[in-house]
Design a protein around this ligand. Structure first.
Ligand code: GDP
Ligand code: CA
Length: 318
């Protein structure tokens, strides 16, 4: 059995742990957002790929939800002592080794998909870890400059991490997306998988970015298996994250129904066959099998049961 999961960082990583627990024998491919990727201090950083890799490889700092367990921050402090910008991004000492290896391989000409596979050799995440694309696609956020009032574009990481998404966004721009192609294996996996699952990742800047790569949306629509989404919105709010800051920007109501309708029914030119909402959340999405199940990934068992419900909605019993 082959299961493909579209994923961002924290929500995607947790959901993937559930899929692995629910379907121990299955082949699982994770197609991960790289729109958050950024170059800092000369190093290429892939936050969502790393969150998935560290989480599944048992190296994540569980409390923070990102970065390495047992992290130290000597290099960050030393960079700050030089006044080297940016100082607002947390680059841990252990984490730095990942970015050093990645940057060196990219500079030597290896595509990101090969680099990711090489890093995964160490972490053994138990899934085939694929970036959405080998080409650079970077999400930027257009805001009103607080001083001049004029529109200004910031890298997504600066908006998210430095400003905690507090500046009102006018729009999101995927810089480079027109020239991007799906990474090797992405389209083939989506088309042939027995099930395609959307993790409860940010629908705009995680799943939306993946779907924006030319060819990926079409591959989901053409998937042989059923396509099942999991709502990241529970009781009208985003859990861990700021999806509520992103959805209104693209005109989507912050509710399980709003996100479900945004993805739409596959039979109507949309993407979903089934949509999981949290117990007690009402949602009507025309021509989509909407199911209410517990969506809180609060323990390994709860996360596994959520993945089971998604596989059940996909019509496959692991
Ligand atoms: P990021 O890239 O690290 O921001 O992570 P993702 O895009 O993968 O996931 C962030 C989204 O996960 C947030 O918008 C949350 O609403 C959602 N999320 C986090 N924890 C849970 C959970 O326990 N259950 C559900 N259904 N969604 C969650
Ligand atoms: Ca992310």
């Amino acid at each position: 059995m082959h299961i493909v999961v579209l994923a961002g960082g924290v929500g995607g990583a947790r959901f993937l742990t559930g899929v692995l627990a629910a379907a121990p024998g299955a082949e699982v491919t994770a197609v991960v957002n790289t729109g958050d990727d950024v170059t800092m201090h000369g190093l290429r950083i892939c936050p969502d790929l790393d969150t998935v890799m560290y989480t599944l490889g048992d190296g994540i700092d569980e409390e923070r939800g990102w970065g390495r367990r047992g992290e130290s921050w000597v290099v960050k402090d030393e960079l700050a002592a030089y006044g080297a910008e940016p100082t607002w991004f947390g680059l841990g000492d252990r984490d730095l080794a990942t970015h050093l290896v990645r940057t060196r391989m990219l500079d030597a000409g290896y595509p990101l998909s090969d680099v990711t596979a090489a890093l995964a050799q160490r972490w053994q995440p138990g899934v085939r870890l694929l970036p959405m694309s080998d080409q650079r696609v970077e999400t930027h956020v257009v805001v009103d400059d607080p001083e001049t009032g004029r529109p200004q574009a910031l890298h997504f990481q600066e908006w998210w991490v430095r400003h905690r998404a507090a500046l009102d966004a006018r729009s999101f721009v995927q810089v480079g997306v027109d020239e991007a192609r799906p990474a090797p294996g992405v389209v083939e996996s989506l088309r042939s998988a027995d099930a395609v699952l959307f993790a409860p990742s940010n629908p705009v800047v995680s799943i939306g970015t993946v779907l924006g790569v030319p060819g990926i949306r079409d591959a989901v629509q053409a998937a042989a298996g059923r396509v099942v989404g999991v709502s990241p919105i529970v009781d009208g709010a985003a859990l861990r994250g700021m999806a509520d800051r992103c959805l209104p920007v693209v005109g989507v109501e912050v509710s399980a129904q709003g996100v479900g309708r945004h993805y739409g029914a596959r039979t109507d030119g949309g993407l979903l066959d089934a949509w999981l909402v949290h117990t007690g959340d009402a949602a009507t999405v025309p021509r989509v099998d909407v199911r209410a199940v517990p969506l809180l990934m609060s323990s390994p068992a709860a996360t596994r049961d959520l993945a089971r419900a998604a596989l059940d909605a996909a019509g496959i019993a692991p």
